[in-house]
Write a new protein. Structure first.
Length: 336
């Protein structure tokens, strides 16, 4: 459906716009960038989920030629529902993405491709992206939106329950279990903020130290809030009937909670930023790509958006907003 439209634009560039306008009914006529040789994209977007598709939407609406490469593994694919995105609350995340892809089909200059980007080389105005299938694509700008992957701990039951009864974010999943018994797996001093935050949803919280030494002043604050701290390492997450999750510890204690919050470390889903030598910042949860106020990375012409750049409170809303801005800033950087 998109290919013939692109070919139409290519044909216009070779036969001449004036001739085409006299023989076919066109509305509106393509702008000058559509008469570029068809082999060169304006932008290649690597990662076609919330951030990447939002970037493509803005670029497609600006009639820029865009190719989106995607391997179809959004971070929240384990969750039954996505929450907090205005207009799409409580919808399966994959349904939101499928609807977005359908809407992008009306833009003739956007091409969505199921493929992995394996390498990026070149410099501003002429980047080459090689796909897993060995195809080489050229573009003036590149947007990296390939997200991060949560690194599951080697605890039986953890990965199986991820996105169901073991979850990372109260804004995403807290409302449905408000007032119930929550557990929090301690992952460092930053977990103190989670313990304070969770009080807006429940006053029944248990902290699992999971082998961490919690500083005495934080322990005292938790005690003041009547939040019990369970010592010992988690050796298994077992799922009981209904929503009850049992946390089994190496101290031979088993503690039942209704939902368990945990923050495994994350890792970028690809290493293209490493081979490009892009600047990153270390955060307690993993690394994040550095971008400036126009979402450009440390390499001119390469932009980034979404979880890859968001160590704090990542969300579909943030990823979509950042993606849209990356698309707009990439487009504006190419103005004649
Ligand atoms: C369990 C769980 C539940 C969540 N629930 C919510 C929620 O309810 N509400 C909310 O707002 N947020 C939620 N989130 C957060 C949300 O998933 C992320 O913030 C969001 O997915 C980030 O979007 P993104 O586009 O940056 O990355 P992603 O959605 O992770 O997409 C990255 C895309 O890039 C692709 N990719 C990776 N490498 C390559 C490559 N080399 N070439 C091509 N493509 C590649 C992947 O396949 C994927 O499609 C949840 C997260 C988790 C873990």
């Amino acid at each position: 459906m998109q290919r013939p439209a692109l070919l139409t634009l290519a044909a216009l560039s070779t036969t001449g716009l004036a001739h085409a306008q006299s023989t076919t009914k066109l509305s509106p006529p393509p702008s000058i960038h559509n008469t570029e040789p068809i082999a060169m994209n304006d932008v290649i977007i690597i990662g076609g989920s919330f951030a990447g598709l939002a970037a493509a939407l803005q670029l497609g609406r600006a009639r820029r030629k865009v190719t989106v490469l995607d391997t179809g593994l959004p971070r929240n694919r384990f969750a039954g529902h996505s929450h907090g995105l205005l207009g799409h609350d409580h919808k399966p995340p994959l349904d939101i993405l499928a609807e977005a892809r359908q809407q992008l089909a009306r833009y003739p200059t956007i091409r969505l491709v199921n493929a992995r980007a394996d390498s990026v080389s070149g410099a501003i105005d002429h980047f080459s992206v090689r796909t897993g299938e060995g195809e080489s694509l050229e573009a003036r700008r590149v947007i990296l939106s390939y997200g991060v992957a949560d690194q599951m701990p080697d605890v039986p039951g953890f990965a199986e329950r991820w996105g169901k009864s073991v979850v990372p974010c109260p804004y995403c999943d807290g409302f449905e279990v408000a007032g119930q018994h929550w557990g929090l797996v301690w992952s460092g001093p930053q977990s103190h903020q989670s313990a304070r935050l969770f009080h807006d949803w429940t006053n029944k919280l248990t902290v699992f130290a999971d082998g961490h030494e919690i500083p005495p002043e934080i322990k005292a604050d938790l005690a003041r809030r009547t939040i019990p701290v369970v010592v010992g390492r988690i050796i298994e997450i077992a799922h009981q009937k209904g929503h009850i999750t049992t946390v089994n510890l190496d101290t031979r204690r088993n503690v039942a909670v209704d939902i368990l919050f945990a923050h495994p470390r994350t890792k970028p889903s690809a290493s293209l930023h490493e081979s490009l030598g892009l600047a990153t910042q270390a955060t307690p949860g993993g690394i994040a790509l550095e971008v400036n106020e126009r979402r450009q990375t440390s390499l001119p012409g390469i932009y980034a958006a979404g979880d890859l750049t968001t160590p704090q409170l990542p969300s579909v809303t943030q990823a979509s907003s950042q993606g849209a801005m990356a698309g707009i800033f990439a487009q504006q950087s190419m103005l004649a």
